[in-house]
Ligand binder design. Sequence first.
Ligand SMILES: [Zn+2]
Length: 409
Amino acid sequence: MEKKDLRCRSCGSKRLETVLDLGRMPLADALLTEEELDLPEAAYPLEAALCADCSLLQITETVPPEVLFCRKYPYYSSFSDELLRHSRENALELIASRGLNAKSLAVEIASNDGYLLKNFVEKEIPCLGIDPAEGPAEAAEKIGVPTICAFFTAEFANELAEMGKRADVIIANNVLAHVADVRGFLAGIRTLLREDGVASIEAPYVRDLIDNCEFDTIYHEHLCYFSATSADRLLRNNGLYLNSVKRIPIHGGSLRLYVGKKDEPDGAVRALLGEERDRGIDGMNYYNEFAAKVGSIKSGLTHMLSMLREQGCRIAAYGAAAKGATLINYAGLGKDLIDFVVDRNTHKQGRFMPGARIPISGPERLLLEQPDYCLILAWNFAEEIMNQQEEYRARGGKFILPIPEWKIA
Ligand SMILES: [Zn+2]
């Protein structure tokens, strides 16, 4: 059904068709303090729609960045070992393939606490991080990663260019899908990138989202869900080109897009575009069963947890991340089913999950209280979490993975 007033974030078309409607949801990153438990919480519609013209899957609501941002609890990338390993490989590959040296410049947009750029610093390659979050930006400076605390926009890129800055490599991981003004963002990349430079951009892959039913990666902060097809169209419309591409396992399945100013697609791009065409990823048919599958995950999970509860089991959950908030709120998992959530991020401990208002503690609580089951909300880091919690399992604790269908691990 065509929606009035709404326009595609990529191509401006009005032909947006609903793929999944999760109803009104609280902001997934807006963890609550104890004092805030007495106050009402804002909720916003959360609906994913497909553009019939450029095939970009996107959410229809844009929560103002200042609301999203001021409610966001600081995320420090360095809390995840797997992300650190992944970033190091990303950096070393770019350094080798582009032959970067002391005269080069690597810029990272959304550089967080410098977890990726520190690999460039180690190799004495000049770099610059850009991140709007003060805490993480300060942490980056402390470990020797030059960082500017700002939002990356077309205007900001112009300022950098006027200062004579041009990048051989621009890295933008998990940020393109989060910006409301994607066209301005890409114009900024185009300005900052040298003629022969490359931008390495990572974003969750819509094919993994749909095929593995990863509906909990849909939340207000995460505006777009790319395929190679929709990314290729968006880039072309903004004077940039998808020249190589890789499927990578991080965050439940992502794409790494290698983007340049010249139109020189390699075999990997042609092959992936071909695969997507064969699967019909740019048409509504590909998305038709998704909503029904999400509904059955919800009912299966709540049924299973209710049964365990009736048997007198104690249940905890692991991972106070945005996707965890989406899952528990959409599935209606409250304090009646889940006793507490644990998370390694010390900034989140002592807070409460938005919506469901379940308290968040440090992971040590799993051993202190030894609940019978632990639902892994951060399933993208399931292996890492289960390895860290060997002792909990050795003592008889069991993990539950929610997606693509719940199973006990
Ligand atoms: Zn579009």
